[in-house]
Ligand binder design. Structure first.
Ligand code: PMP
Length: 391
């Protein structure tokens, strides 16, 4: 008889990396998430966080979360659909919709769940979802959860996208789904061309702007603002776990779309709502983002400084256009080894191997925060230089 646990008993991938002394995962922090953290008991420069605007440690955000716990308690004990809606959720949704210039918004308990919830609700049996091959796992799984037919186009390849759109029968609904900023390599989707093709072939557009929100556009409204195409994107999705320094996610779209999704989306209906502290923190972070646009400017200065810095010391970086800068290491073991050596030097980066990127294209994902100091950045560049010279 076969034992369903067999695969667990035989799983050796992670153990091999542990035995080689370069296991890079689950390092515990004994501090808040900031540009410097306490990791394994040691002060470490954080170059692996999505805390783009540096708001996770902002006193105003922390106070807002504490006040919300005092007023609303520690959790909602139920779904938005039933007992779990707070006035705070409604206020947050109104503010988000207004901010991204859509009629309405809907919050979910995580960004991952948002993608599961929107795609599975909106794409039915007679529909097609057309996705970029480089899409985030939550979009991929959202597509799997829906009953629609799934087709993928080569990463940011508009010729391939058109080839696919052309082949889909007119009578089928079509949704083009993609990351605004691709999460591992930091490149930006070709939104102008996607908009043109969507119009030509009658498709709707959904953008996952987890890494564009708070980062791209003068006001941080994301990829659509960056290209001046806010009216052309049908569904904007983003998360609270990055620029908004919290946990949760949202979609913004036309009133009828939100009304439909909130009555049919299973990951929305059958899961408890965002806890008060998280909702209040996201709302306060949004207020700060709006009132302190200089944070976005500073974030870009930091990213540009590092892009130039890596180039000047001859370290290969990918096709980054944003504050996500991949350092190319290609080989899996070398990636782990360099990450380990950097950690020993007091710099944390995220090693990324297949399946998160293609085989042979392993990389160190570095990402930046508006509040990184020049001293921290220079220290990190020196550490990279030393570590690369011996690996
Ligand atoms: N979409 C993208 C592009 C992401 O990078 C992530 C998380 N890294 C998510 C969705 C999921 O968001 P969350 O972590 O807030 O659940």
């Amino acid at each position: 008889m076969s034992d369903i646990f067999e695969k667990c008993f035989n799983y050796t991938d992670a153990k091999k990396v542990m035995e080689a002394g370069v296991y890079p995962y689950f390092h515990a922090l004994d501090s808040g998430q900031d540009t410097e953290v306490i990791m394994n008991g040691k002060r470490t420069i954080m170059l692996g966080s999505n805390n783009y605007l540096g708001l996770t440690s902002d006193e105003r955000v922390k106070r807002a979360a504490i006040k919300a716990v005092e007023k609303f308690g520690s959790g909602c004990s139920g779904s938005r659909f039933l007992n779990g809606t707070l006035t705070l959720h409604n206020e947050l949704e109104k503010r988000l919709a207004k901010f991204v210039k859509k009629e309405a918004a809907l919050t979910f308990s995580t960004g991952f769940q948002t993608n599961l919830g929107i795609i599975s609700a909106i794409a039915g049996r007679n529909d097609y979802i057309i996705s970029d091959r480089g899409n985030h796992a939550s979009l991929v799984d959202g597509c799997r959860l829906s009953f629609a037919k799934n087709v993928k186009y080569r990463h940011n390849d508009m010729v391939d996208l058109e080839r696919i759109l052309k082949s889909i029968p007119d009578k089928c609904g079509k949704l083009i789904v993609f990351d605004g900023v691709f999460s591992m390599e930091g490149d930006i989707a070709n939104l102008p061309e996607i908009v043109r093709l969507a119009k030509k072939y009658g498709a709707r557009i959904m953008i996952d702007d987890a890494h564009g929100f708070g980062v791209l556009g003068k006001h941080g409204r994301g990829t659509a603002e960056y290209f001046g195409l806010e009216d052309e994107v049908d569904i904007i999705m983003s998360t609270f776990s990055k620029s908004l320094a919290s946990l949760g996610g949202f979609i913004a779209a036309k009133e009828e779309v939100i009304h439909y999704v909130k009555h049919v989306s299973r990951p929305f209906i059958f899961s408890a709502s965002i806890p008060p502290a998280n909702a209040a923190a996201a709302l306060e972070a949004l207020n700060i983002m709006e009132s302190e646009p200089e944070r976005i400017k500073r974030l870009w200065e930091v990213a540009d400084y590092m892009r130039e810095g890596f180039k000047s010391i001859g370290i290969p970086i990918g096709n980054s256009q944003t504050p996500i800068i991949p350092v190319m290491t290609y080989d899996d073991y070398r990636t782990f080894k360099i990450a380990r050596d950097l950690l020993d030097e007091g710099v944390y980066v995220n090693p990324v191997i297949s399946p998160a990127v293609n085989k042979g294209e392993a990389l160190l994902r570095t990402s930046y925060t508006a509040t990184h100091t020049k001293e921290q950045l220079d220290y990190a560049l020196e550490a990279f230089k030393r570590v690369f010279s011996r690996n």
